[in-house]
Each structure stands twice: as structure tokens, then as C-alpha cells.
Design a protein around this ligand. Structure first.
Ligand SMILES: NC(=O)c1ccc[n+]([C@@H]2O[C@H](COP(=O)([O-])OP(=O)(O)OC[C@H]3O[C@@H](n4cnc5c(N)ncnc54)[C@H](O)[C@@H]3O)[C@@H](O)[C@H]2O)c1
Length: 422
């Protein structure tokens, strides 16, 4: 018993150290945001934080708890929960309805348990808890005061609910804040996805043919980092403007049946399902590595792969190799987000921005009265986060002088003589 207890407290100590490392490198969340949310607006509110449950999420949860909220922590994917972080948060007295090493069944039960905690607000990822609360606890759903959503996929789900007249509360799309998608989706996912693929496979990237499926903010970052590491980059898209953008950015753009047979690594980033599906399997080259950076674990359709394969085996930790005819197709991290399930997730500096958006977002929901529907974080708050980050780097920003406005704009602003508006 005492051995179990000491193992648990060693785990909690490890988790606390990881959370402290995040705090050290999160000047915006630990300074500007901490001060802003500490005005009493969150005191006594119950906030469910349902994002990949590792140290960066845990630090956000502690900032909200320090501001007086009762925080319930759960995971947004069964493969990304960190046992040490769970232990540290529990030791701190926080309600955590997640355990590491679970499967989809246990995760469903955890999310239902989170809904049963009857949160006022949800900080969600993929709208996973919001959707389950609607199904499992419609009474709690009807009383929800607001949701702040992390992802592109979750935003699409909330917008669909709103269009169907089934969103009785305001939802903020953190993903649409520029301080989120310009840095998190693009740079953080680009860096950490390539990092995870290289670590899991121990293969060379320079000279490799890497195909990216979907050229949104995430796809742009993936292609950017792959190219910077010396890869020959390919893109497949369904949106003509984004395909043209990829071409102009210097990547080879083509239809999947032209691109896939050449690719040695394919990374999906569409936010949809089956970006590599059953119909694509005949076009995949022998020994190709398939990795997913999008929200759905089925962007690489592992069910279709399993159905088509004569055998499947773990070639290395985190690599499942499917034998289809004469070809071996390798899937990383079971098809889950490879940078989180197969890596350490986003860099702390970037999550400092993303979680600043989420922290200020839930505070904005609690301190203003927004209509039901999907909203974006006010530009002034978005700007204030970037300004705090720049200040933490010691970077000074210029202000536009009125004599720098063109004459027409100055007249409209009432400052044609360069003086103050009348
Ligand atoms: N791994 C991470 O850490 C991480 C971080 C941020 C976002 N995400 C997730 O990544 C996904 C993409 O996010 P985003 O911000 O780039 O979204 P986005 O909407 O900006 O881009 C998605 C792109 O995929 C294209 N697309 C859709 N279906 C396609 C298909 N079948 N084939 C080819 N192209 C297709 C779309 O036209 C679009 O250009 C989302 O699921 C998001 O939640 C993951």
C-alpha cells in the first residue's frame, strides 16, 4: 500500500515539475492573463477544461483555479492523457475525470462523467464535451453559459449546431483568433509533427518525398517545415485557392492519385474523415509512412487498412505496419494526432498564446453578455495577447502617427491637419 502511495506521489511530483516547466515559459498566461482573469468574474464558476490533458493544459487549468473557478479536467483524446499530470492535478485537489492508457470506451465514460459535473463553461477541443453534453445531459446543455472552442474541427461542429438552431449559448471560436491559428496551427503543428515523425521512424527527411493532404493553416506549416528540412514537398487539396497558394509557395500540387504513388511520407491535415481512405489504398507506395495531424483519428482510415490487410504488426513503438499484397504501409500513433499522441505536443511558447486566447475567452464569456451563437474573440483582446507576448520578448512596437494616414482616411477620421480628432 505504502509502495503504491509513494509511486503515486512520485508520479505527481513528476507531473508538478512538468507543469512548473510550462509556467516558466508561459509569460503571457502567467502574467497578463493571470492578472486579467483574477478580477472575480470566474470566482465560483464551474469550468470543464477538455483539451489534450498534458502539462500545458494543466497549467491553464491551474490559472483558472487560482482565479477562483472550480475546474474539472478531462482529455480530448484517449491517447494523449499524461498520467503524471493527472496525478499532479489530483494531488492539488482538482477534479480530474481522465486516466492515461484508456481506450475509446473509457474516454466516452470520462466525458459523460465530465458532463455530470454540470459545468457552467467548457473549454473544449473538437467540441467533444459540448456534443456529448447535448446528448447525455440535455438539461446541463440547456443551462451552459458558454463554450470556448480550440479547434477548426470543433468550430465547424459548433457552427453546424448554431445553423440548425441548436446552440442555446454563446460559443467563442478560439481557433479563429489570430493569436491561435497563425501560430498554433501553422508553426507549432509544423514543427512538432515533423519532430514526431522523425523520432518515431528514425528515418531521414532530407531528399524524402513528403505529401501533405490539405493546405489550411496546419498543412501550410507541415509543408513549410518539411521543405525547410530538405524534403521534396507535394500537396493535394480540394479548394482551388489553397491549391494555387500551395503551388505559389513552391510545392508540387496534384491530384491524390498522381501524388500518392510518389510519396514516401504522407501527412493528413484536412479536419475531415478518410483523407486517406479505402479508395486511396491502391495508390500508396510500398513502405509509405502515413501520419495524421488533423483532429479525427480516422483521417487515415485505419479501419479500411485493417480490413484490407493480410496482417498488421507493430514494427517499432508507435508504428503499425499493414501488409497489403506485396506492400507494407506504416501508420504512426494509430492514426491519432501524431504530434501529440506520438510526441510532446506543441511548444510551450505557442501554447502560451493559444491558452491565453482560451483563458481570456472564458473570462470574456463570464464577464459580458453575448447572444447565443458562434462568436470570435474581440480584436482588442487578440491584439492584447500579441502585445503581451512581444513585451515578454522585449520587442517594442510602433504606433501609427496621424500624419502617416492618407489624406482621405485622415479626413474621415477628422485629423486632416494631423491634429487630434475634433
Ligand atoms: N495536430 C495538431 O496539433 C493540430 C493543431 C491545430 C489544428 N489541428 C487540426 O488540423 C485540422 C486542419 O486544421 P486547419 O486549421 O489547417 O484547417 P483548415 O480548414 O484551415 O484547412 C483544412 C484544409 O483541408 C482541405 N481539405 C479538406 N478535405 C480535404 C481532402 N479530402 N483532401 C484534400 N484537402 C482537403 C480544405 O480545403 C482546407 O484547405 C483540423 O482537424 C484541426 O482541428 C491539429
Amino acid at each position: 500500500m505504502s509502495e503504491t502511495l509513494s509511486a503515486e506521489s512520485a508520479l505527481a511530483r513528476d507531473g508538478a515539475a512538468r507543469i512548473e516547466w510550462v509556467r516558466r515559459h508561459s509569460p503571457v498566461l502567467d502574467g497578463y492573463v493571470r492578472d486579467a482573469v483574477n478580477d472575480g468574474a470566474l470566482r465560483g464558476t464551474r469550468i470543464a477544461v477538455v483539451v489534450h490533458l498534458e502539462a500545458k493544459t494543466a497549467f491553464l487549468a491551474t490559472v483558472l483555479a487560482d482565479a477562483g473557478a472550480e475546474v474539472i479536467a478531462a482529455g480530448s483524446n484517449p491517447r494523449t492523457t499524461d498520467a503524471s499530470v493527472v496525478a499532479a492535478l489530483r494531488e492539488r485537489g482538482m477534479t480530474v475525470v481522465a486516466d492515461a492508457g484508456g481506450d475509446y470506451g473509457s474516454w466516452e465514460r470520462e466525458l459523460r462523467a465530465a458532463a455530470d459535473c454540470e459545468p457552467d463553461y467548457i473549454i473544449d477541443d473538437g467540441a467533444e464535451l459540448t456534443m456529448r453534453t447535448a446528448e447525455h445531459r440535455p438539461d446541463v446543455f440547456a443551462r451552459l453559459k458558454g463554450v470556448s472552442e480550440e479547434t477548426t474541427t470543433g468550430t465547424a461542429r459548433l457552427q453546424a449546431m448554431s445553423a440548425a438552431g441548436r446552440l442555446p449559448f454563446p460559443a467563442l471560436t478560439a481557433n479563429d483568433a489570430r493569436c491561435k491559428h497563425l501560430f498554433d496551427n501553422r508553426y507549432a503543428t509544423g514543427q512538432t509533427t515533423l519532430q514526431a515523425i522523425l523520432r518515431l521512424t528514425n528515418r531521414q527527411i532530407a531528399g524524402a518525398r513528403v505529401a501533405v493532404v490539405g493546405y489550411g493553416y496546419v498543412g501550410k506549416g507541415l509543408a513549410l517545415y518539411a521543405k525547410a528540412l530538405g524534403a521534396r514537398t507535394f500537396v493535394t487539396e480540394v479548394d482551388p485557392v489553397r491549391a494555387l497558394e500551395a503551388h505559389t509557395d513552391g510545392h508540387t500540387v496534384g491530384a491524390r492519385r498522381d501524388v500518392f504513388p510518389q510519396a514516401q511520407i504522407i501527412i493528413t491535415a484536412t479536419g475531415g474523415m478518410r483523407a486517406i481512405g479505402a479508395a486511396d489504398l491502391p495508390h500508396l507506395a510500398h513502405d509509405v509512412i502515413l501520419a495524421n495531424a488533423g483532429h479525427h483519428d480516422l483521417e487515415v482510415d485505419t479501419e479500411a487498412l485493417a480490413a484490407a490487410a493480410a496482417s498488421a504488426a507493430e514494427s517499432r513503438p508507435g508504428i503499425t505496419s499493414y501488409r497489403i499484397g506485396e506492400r507494407d504501409l506504416h501508420v504512426l500513433a494509430g492514426g491519432a494526432l501524431v504530434n501529440i499522441a506520438g510526441g510532446s505536443g506543441h511548444p510551450v511558447e505557442v501554447m502560451d498564446l493559444t491558452f491565453a486566447v482560451q483563458g481570456l475567452g472564458v473570462h470574456h464569456l463570464a464577464s459580458t453578455s453575448l447572444d447565443p451563437g458562434v462568436h470570435i474573440l474581440p480584436k482588442a483582446l487578440d491584439d492584447s495577447i500579441a502585445a503581451a507576448k512581444l513585451a515578454s520578448y522585449g520587442i517594442r512596437l510602433d504606433e501609427l502617427r496621424t500624419d502617416q494616414l492618407d489624406d482621405h482616411t485622415a479626413r474621415m477620421a477628422g485629423t486632416a491637419d494631423g491634429g487630434s480628432p475634433a
